[in-house]
Write a protein that binds this ligand. Structure first.
Ligand code: NDP
Length: 466
């Protein structure tokens, strides 16, 4: 490691240094609370590292790692079906390329803004590092809402979005994928426009269709991976998912395949939700009911409340903004798999989960727990799998899709699933062992943050001041 070329740190103790960086992040990036939250969570874990490794402080790694390498922000004009002009805002955050090309999803949701995408890109850097594959971190998207839009409107939007983005991305530069609001349909439209503009058929996006460069298991990977991770967590306490009652939030890609894999492991998922409300099905969401949900969400693009009309014992609880908690997290269960969106588990929700005896929380969504909720889980000593480790299976399998594209080969379903499973076991082992090594056994938040950080920070030291 060549750390000696930089100026000495302005502050002395690691604690002061971290506090100083955090205050600067808040001052320089006002009105980005999600970004502050993600940075704070990582930096707090790094206290333990900086005490042992002053070289990161002398090389000002923290100031550098919180600053995106590049931020792109652009206008996305498009015509709706009535011929009216619509204008959205597009983004791509190229956060860190120390260990590989930028890699991370695109989110299309009305809540998207710069701060949300910066938090996601920052998380992605550490997550990608944990996967054992060579991928840097990025994230992008738009405040476009695909809900209620026709296929033609979604296509026109995607084409306009890619008309700007294509010049910034590439199979060895930056490889976007899906996220909230961006599934197979959107990736198809984006890929088609990229190919037309670049005149190249390359693995520039992941999550592609099987006939044109996609990987088997990529759609399933985040949900499957999260359940593999949960199974490893339970094994560390000589327990298993067999017979466990499970709460799952959301009803999109991650939730659907979390439920499918939970069923494979003999668990009983009893909830599912969308932004309009929560379904509680005491009979359990079995394979037949899951197939019905997939058809509802992926084909008909309907609302989850219809589940209660179709299956008789199921209860629908509409979203009530006046309520101080989410009723989904107040149902007695063994395990919780938040799989919808950021900060969906507040301190009150975490208190309810712990009070009801939850044994495990494995995060399918990105940063679904607030800082206070995370602290409550850690203090309660339950098994807590933070997002950047537990949901890394999606991007890991994107990495496997890139490997297949580079070699122009296609692996079987079993081969990809086996690699995914081994990667999730390796991520758990790395987080578990790192937590122990740094004096906080069982704390997978510290384990994930530190293990993810070390690889990236060392690469940054090796590559000099860039
Ligand atoms: P989808 O768009 O497929 O599904 C999102 C689900 O979450 C929908 O049911 C949606 O309901 C619900 N949801 C979204 N926003 C809100 C909100 N503000 N309040 C309540 N419910 C909400 O997205 P994914 O399943 O792909 O992503 C879910 C989470 O997993 C995100 O945090 C994403 O970043 C994370 N993730 C996804 C990966 C992937 O491979 N897809 C990889 C790693 C993490 P509604 O339809 O009503 O909006």
């Amino acid at each position: 490691m060549s750390a000696g070329i930089l100026t000495p740190p302005a502050v002395k103790t690691p604690g002061d240094y971290i506090e100083n960086v955090l205050q600067t992040v808040k001052a320089k990036n006002p009105a980005e609370p999600e970004f502050h939250q993600a940075v704070q969570e990582v930096l707090e874990s790094l206290r333990l590292v900086l005490a042992k490794h002053p070289e990161y402080q002398s090389a000002r790694i923290l100031e550098r790692i919180v600053e995106p390498e590049r931020v792109l922000m652009f206008r996305v004009p498009w015509f709706d079906d009535q011929g009216n002009i619509q204008v959205n805002r597009g983004f791509r955050i190229e956060m860190n390329s120390a260990i590989g090309p930028y890699k991370g999803g695109l989110r299309f949701h009305p809540s998207v803004n710069l701060g949300i995408l910066k938090f996601l890109a920052f998380e992605q850097v550490f997550k990608n590092s944990l996967t054992t594959l060579a991928m840097g971190g990025g994230k992008g998207g738009s405040d476009f809402d695909p809900k209620g839009k026709s296929d033609n409107e979604v296509m026109r939007f995607c084409q306009s979005f890619m008309t700007e983005l294509w010049r910034h991305i590439g199979a060895d530069t930056d490889v976007p994928a899906g996220d909230i609001g961006v599934g197979g349909r959107e990736i198809g439209f984006l890929f088609g426009q990229y190919k037309r503009l670049a005149n190249k058929f390359t693995g520039v996006l992941t999550g592609k269709g099987m006939a044109w460069g996609g990987s088997l298991i990529r759609p399933e990977a985040t949900g499957y991976g999260c359940v593999y991770f949960a199974s490893e967590m339970l094994k560390s306490r000589k327990d298993s998912l067999e017979g466990k009652l499970c709460l799952v939030s959301g009803s999109g890609n991650v939730s659907q395949y979390t439920i499918e894999k939970l069923l494979d492991f003999g668990a009983k998922p009893v909830t599912i939700s969308d932004s309009n409300g929560v379904i509680y099905d005491p009979d359990g969401i079995n394979r037949e009911r899951l197939a019905w949900v997939m058809e509802l969400k992926n084909e008909r693009r309907g609302r989850i409340r219809e589940y209660a009309e179709r299956f008789k014992n199921a209860i629908f609880m509409p979203t009530d903004v006046k309520l101080d908690h989410n009723p989904l997290w107040n149902i007695k269960a063994d395990c919780a798999f938040p799989s919808a969106t950021q900060n969906e588990i507040t301190a009150k929700d975490a208190t309810n989960l712990v009070k009801n005896g939850v044994k495990l929380v494995a995060e399918g969504a990105n940063m679904p727990s607030t800082l206070e909720a995370t602290k409550l889980f850690l203090d309660a000593g339950i098994l807590y799998g933070p997002a950047k480790a537990a949901n890394a299976g999606g991007v890991a399998t994107s990495g496997l899709e890139m490997a297949q594209n580079s070699t122009r080969l296609t692996w079987t379903r079993e081969e990809v699933d086996d690699r995914l499973h081994k990667i999730m076991i390796a991520i758990h082992k790395s987080c578990f062992e790192t937590a122990e090594k740094y004096g906080t056994p069982g704390n997978l938040v510290n384990g994930a943050n530190i293990a993810g950080f070390l690889k990236v920070a060392n690469a940054m030291l090796d590559q000099g001041l860039v």
